[in-house]
Design a binder for this molecule. Sequence first.
Ligand code: PHE
Length: 412
Amino acid sequence: KYGHTLEILGDQYPTDEITNVTPAILSKIPLRVHTQVGHPLSTLRSIIESHYPDFSHLSSFSPLVTPFKNFDELSFPKDHPGRSVTDSYYINKNLMLRTHTSAHEVEVFSKGEDRWLLTADVYRRDEIDGSHYPVFHQMEGARLYSADASGMKEVEEDNERLSRHLETSNIVIEDIPHISPTNPVQQTHDPRHSELVAKNLKLSLNGLLLRLFGGSNSEEPLRVRWIEAYFPFTSPSFEVEVFFRGKWLEILGCGVVIQSTLDTSNVQGKIGWAFGLGLERIAMILYSIPDIRLFWSTDTRFLSQFKAGEITTFKPYSKFPSCFKDVSFWNPQDSAPLHDNDFCDLVRDVAGDLVEDVKMIDSFVHPKTNRSSSCYRINYRSMERSLSNEEVNGLQKNVVSRLTDVFRVEIR
Ligand code: PHE
């Protein structure tokens, strides 16, 4: 499909039968918008960094990692769904695009860092709509303490200071105790140490959310809730959600770092926490950015609205008309129906950011022939200009011919 090698950041990589990165995805790798001065994601990164002034601030790690580093080293089970080619982008069997910034935990802990933030682009195969994009940005934060009396004294002092700080605010935090048989304190941890560290994690992140959201003048308080979560590399684990436009949005995952991560990193006698947050979600709320594609816009009507270090409300320029196109097809006989993510990557590769969203609007299995049929509706809409009928028809024609050529479906 793509020849025998792929060039990424100036180096050549062999492809194989599981290669599924597309040119559209590879084109994002060099952009590094999280470090572009004045870009909203970069400003948000610096604000978060300034909330952790004594942490190392890292942001130049390559997105190419081994599956071992992305998954195994972090204790993901062998059958974790995130490993599948329908969920993640592979250059080849031995190399993938990181799906999360946690992929660098062992590397950074191994260097002896015990308080650090790491910002990076991460890649996940996904649907197409206003809040999902296959490339987005995460920030990983971690803090280790000595697992002894002196370390715990330090946590306790930190916790007192952080609690005092959190008193008056325009934020309502829902939090309940989350330790349970499914979200346990680790066996190797003194429960009191684990509890203090988890408390430190929550206080520290509540402080961050307050810093990010607490300043809004709206009368409604910001609602934040802590819920139980599961990650293979933390226990106990938590998730934080923020209530926005009538919906709870997942903002971050976190927890007490599992000991095997620290063992692998050759870190002894320490206990600590880690979190990973999605920058786009937060930036969309803070800047009122309505569509996640805008973070990739080079249009001056977008970029010129922002100044480094400042969070301002984005004023959408005019909205251009949508053009809906449907495509229905029979999936090939004797093979699984085309995966939504395969359809979406195909569409992105043909039409890039000219597609606002894709919905499957129908699917059924023919009772006699047993063949399955799918119908997708593509919403073509540029954020920058009106699309002509001709242009949309051309794109749609390309989508259809790729569908038949690459996935051997039969158009209905
Ligand atoms: N890496 C996790 C994710 O992408 C988030 C996370 C980071 C959870 C660190 C726990 C600790 O969903």
